[in-house]
Ligand binder design. Structure first.
Ligand SMILES: [Zn+2]
Ligand SMILES: [Zn+2]
Length: 331
């Protein structure tokens, strides 16, 4: 059996895995189907995520089947599952409040602990969720990254005619564009990459634009998904008085014109990952609706043994989600 492994930033290898240990009572063994490459996997790969710990097996967008289960596991063998890749204690004030996403004990697969880019791995059944039969693999693997957007959008009210600007059309930005469009918003998608903007157009009737081309226009809701200081600062200027800005990009620092925020009553929302099970369940409900167009977001499916090309493509910024296919290699 094989796994992808990062000895340190930029040094990824495909290697044989050590034999997996015996399962604990609550654990399942998963045989992976797809692993999605996320922006944070790229940051971990490049060494740009300061809280990542190496050596590390990357990967947290994981779809697979249960092939072995401990005696307290409530699922049948063969169940198709997605993984919730962020742990939580369940006992702190945040967890008791339903905000498992900001648990101080949170550990993140593929960032602070070994992730799942391997043919098989073991995880507590607490962190897996069965996938409904009518959700194809290529949509099911989007549940985790899409739950980030579902969670973020719960902070605001987006309906027919709401003007929404999305800054930065990486995977999360594209999913935000898709959901805002599905909810009936007038969506403006911004990215500095013209190839990405062409791809966005295939999601539906969406206005696409280079951020420098906007002059004096404002929006009800601005979604910052670029994770860059300039995007945050430009984005804040694009919020109409009384409007709202949702921050999902991980910009370390930026300047805030406080007087404009105060005088124009602008609301800023920080949003990190999701709360389970709710945000995962709601993400699944959207994805089960075939009218919800996310087709162009899954741009490439590449055998995991060809991981170099997969990471190159993902790093190019020219594509939507790049999936690693773990099915094709005989175990
Ligand atoms: Zn992700
Ligand atoms: Zn907690």
């Amino acid at each position: 059996m094989l796994e992808l492994f990062l000895n340190k930033p930029k040094q990824m290898e495909l290697r044989s895995m050590e034999a997996l240990p015996a399962l604990k009572d609550d654990e399942v063994k998963i045989r992976l189907v797809y692993g999605g490459i996320c922006g944070s996997d790229l940051s971990v790969f490049l060494g740009k995520l300061t809280h990542a710990s190496y050596p590390l097996r990357p990967g947290h967008e994981l779809l697979g089947h249960i092939i072995e289960a401990g005696k307290n596991v409530p699922y049948e063998l063969g169940t198709r599952i997605i993984v919730q890749p962020n742990s939580y204690c369940g006992e702190c004030v945040n967890c008791l409040n339903g905000q498992t996403n900001i648990c101080p004990e949170k550990k993140s697969l593929g960032v602070t602990v070994n992730g799942g880019f391997s043919e098989q791995f073991i995880i507590s059944s607490k962190y897996v969720m069965p996938v409904p039969d009518d959700l194809p693999d290529e949509r099911a693997v989007l549940v985790e990254p899409f739950a980030v957007i579902v969670h973020a959008f719960k902070k605001v009210h987006i309906t027919k005619g709401t003007t929404v600007a999305v800054l930065g059309c990486g995977n999360e930005g594209m999913l935000a564009v898709a959901l805002a469009h599905y909810l009936g918003a007038d969506v403006t998608a911004m990215d500095i990459n013209p190839i990405k903007l062409e791809l966005i157009k295939t999601l539906g009737d969406i206005r696409v634009i280079h951020p420098d081309e906007l002059k004096g226009e404002t929006f009800d809701i601005v979604v910052e998904a670029a994770g860059a200081q300039s995007a945050f600062e430009n984005g804040l200027r694009l919020v109409r008085p009384g409007g709202q800005m949702i921050l999902i990009g991980l910009t370390p620092e930026a300047t805030i014109p406080v007087i404009r925020v105060v005088r124009s009553e602008i609301t800023l929302y920080g949003s990190i990952i999701y709360n389970i099970p709710d945000d995962f369940q709601h993400a699944m409900e959207y994805l089960r609706d075939t009218n919800f167009n996310v087709q162009p977001i899954v741009s490439k499916i590449i055998p995991f043994t060809d991981y170099k090309h997969a990471f190159e493509d993902a790093l190019s910024g020219n594509y939507g989600k790049v999936l690693l296919d773990f099915k094709k290699n005989p175990v």
